[in-house]
Each structure stands twice: as C-alpha cells, then as structure tokens.
Write a protein that binds this ligand. Sequence first.
Ligand code: EPZ
Length: 419
Amino acid sequence: MEGFLMRGGERLKGSLRVGAAKNAVLPILAASILADSPSTLVGCPRIADVESMRSILQTLGCESRWEPDGLVVSGGLSSGEMPEKLSKRVRSSIFLLGPILARLRHATVVYPGGCEIGLRPIDLHLSGLKRMGVEISETGGVLRCDGSRMHAADVHLDYPSVGATENVIMAAALTKGVTTVTNAAREPEIEDLQAYINAMGGHVQGAGSPTVTIEGTRELHGAVYAPMPDRIAAGTYLCAAAITGGEITLDHVQPRHLTAVLQKLREMGCEIEEGENVLSLKAPRRLQAFDTLQTQPHPGFPTDMQSPMMALAAVARGSSVIVENVFENRFALAADLNRMGARIRVAGRAALIEGVESLHGVSCQARDLRGGAALVLTGLCAKEETLITGVELIDRGYERMETELTRLGAQIRRISVTE
Ligand code: EPZ
C-alpha cells in the first residue's frame, strides 16, 4: 500500500495544466468499440481507472497502447462477455453494456456492485435499454442481454443519471432510427461523448440539454479526439490553493464547466478571474464559510466536489451546511476531519460544519476517491505531519497528485506503507 506523507503550512503558488477528464475518457473508451478502426484519445490521463478500463477492453478483443500524444485504442471487439472480476473492480465497466449491444446485439455483464459512496444501482441503465427492446435476464448477479430485436425508442429517465444517459446514447448510435432520451443528464462529459461519437461519423444532438436525440448509423469509424479537461481535478487544485491562502493559475480548463464551484469559492472570499481556457484564483488569508451548499445534477453543484468543499469549510470562519442530494453515503470524510479537530455533525443528507482555526495532522486512510483528495487538502494546512494511506484510491482519478502539489510548493511525498 502507498501513502502520502505531508507537512502543512505552505501557501501554494504557481500554475498547473489540467489533464483530460476521467469521467469523459471512461465513457469515450467504451464508445471506441463502436468502430472497427482505431481511435486516438489525445492527452488521455494515465490514471488507474483508465488502466482498468484498458484491461477490460483487452478481454473483449480491443487492444490499446500508449503513444507520446495519448492512448491509441484499436476499436472493434470479439466478445460480448464481460469478465466478472474486472467488472466488479471497475464500476465504469457498465458503460460497455450499451456499445457491446450496439455492435453484437448480445452481452453478458455482472452487476458492478456498490462502492464506498453508495449502492450505485443500474436500474435506469437497464430500463432505458429495455425501452429499446433489449431483453435482460438475471441469474446470480449475471445479466444476459439479448438485443436481437433492439430498436430506436423514446427513452425517459426517471432521474438524470449520467451513466444511464451515456449507455443509451451508445446503444442507440448503431441502432436504426431516431432514439430520444428525455430527462437526460446534462453533464459536460455527455457533450464530450456526443462530440466523440459525431467525430466517428455518428449523429447525436442535444447533449448538455435535457433532451438528446441519436440517429443510428450503419457503422462508425475511429477518430482522433482530445477529451475535455477534467473539471473536478481543476476544482480540486483550486481548493488546494484556497485552503492554503495561496494563488494558482490553471490552464487547459473550461471555466463554464465550473460555474457552481467558482460561485462557492467566491462566496468564501476567493478572487477568481476567468479567461478563454484559463482560471486564476487568489485566496484570502482565511476563508469565509459559505452559507449552504446543495449537490445537484449539472448545472447544479457537482457531487464530486462536495468532499473538497467540506475540507475548506472545516477551516473557514463561520458555519456552513452541506446537503448531499446525489449519493446516499458521501459524508465518510467527516469522521476523519473530526479526528483532525474539525467540528462536523452529520444528520442524514445534511452536514453542519463549524469552521475551526486549524486542524492537526493525523494518520488516516482514503476511503474513496474524492474523500481521499479532500484529506490531501487538509494535509496541506494541518499544523503537524499528516500520513494518508490508501492513495491508490486517489490515483484512480488524479495523475501524480503529489508531483503537481510539490510543484506548487507543498511538502508532500509518496511513501510505501507496509500493510
Ligand atoms: C458518474 O457516475 C460519475 N462517474 C461520478 O463520478 C459522478 O459522481 C456521478 O456521475 C454524478 O455526477 C463517471 O462518470 C465514471 P449517476 P454515475 O448515474 O453515472 C442513482 C467520481 O468521483 N442511480 O448520475 O454512476 C445513483 O445511485 C465519480 O469521479 C440510480 O438510482 O452517476 C446516484 O444516487 C463518483 N439508478 C445517482 O443516481 C441508476 O441506474 C447519480 O448517479 C443509476 C444511478
């Protein structure tokens, strides 16, 4: 197991280029099998979730290799049988269900199972595909999907699920006729998936709005595509500067993807300037508490930024309230922050955070990806040494976080920790 050993107190300063978005690249990797010819994902991040997805694609007959400018994926697939072990380890394997059905008209997948932040059901994925005529039988957690009579359909999602929206778009991309998705998720990553499929010769419109239409084509070809910048990684590094009273400039970022986050950081006293593909933040010596933060589907406040914002609220002047409306179990971080001297009370979907002057460093373990990143943020400002173990979870979504933070002046280094 590996850990980050940190000593807080430095005000971060400097600039950083944001990498491509994990939550855009994962569905795009799934969509790459819609074509038989290769795609190049320019600037693809070298993160653990991408490596896991590559392993699953390989078992399906889709090879991939790193090149200097990104990841080349061969496209195509020879099997529709998803490997059980890998599917459970990588939740985003469920994104492959739509494209496999689109290509082979049959698929076997296992329930991806829950994770630290919630049960992560897939009922909306399955009901959307059933609306398209897919017949699904389940025995012992294995889903056998028969898409031999798949057809275009009007699919209404009970909830604007990101993954379900993406799965239906990919299933419809090679299904004759016009499929519409209403109450679709509006996240920017879905606009990116649309742009990639259209670069492959597809006809997808409306992503980013509640109604997406997909006109199925007979075939699609590979494409060279540069996925969008990672808005959550960008938000996390803005928070790193904010919690240390520092200043940071990010390039290769789209400020319009972060409107809700920038508003909260301004509420906390940060001065933020927005440019074409650049953002700069200058933090006050001590942050001011925000009043209330509610996570919502896009364009509301993104749930993936909730844990980083809890870390900021923990040391802000005044009290803040966070309401987590998207996932049912995303406050695990509070217990670790309280061990560091924070004053956080959780009641159901709400957390009350009374800001304290400072936190003291402890040994703690990352419990989930974004909670782990939030622990790093507290390690940047805690007075003594902080040891964070389980950083493999952080590596799932952040490329060499310790290298980026060291460049900004943080005292952090990766160490191996015996189990
Ligand atoms: C995507 O997950 C992201 N992951 C998540 O990022 C992100 O938090 C989430 O969207 C919300 O923005 C990727 O894109 C790989 P949902 P996804 O389906 O698609 C419920 C991170 O840290 N739901 O919009 O799984 C579900 O339980 C990760 O990078 C159903 O009830 O999110 C949750 O409460 C974490 N039935 C809510 O909807 C379903 O069939 C939102 O889930 C599907 C979802």
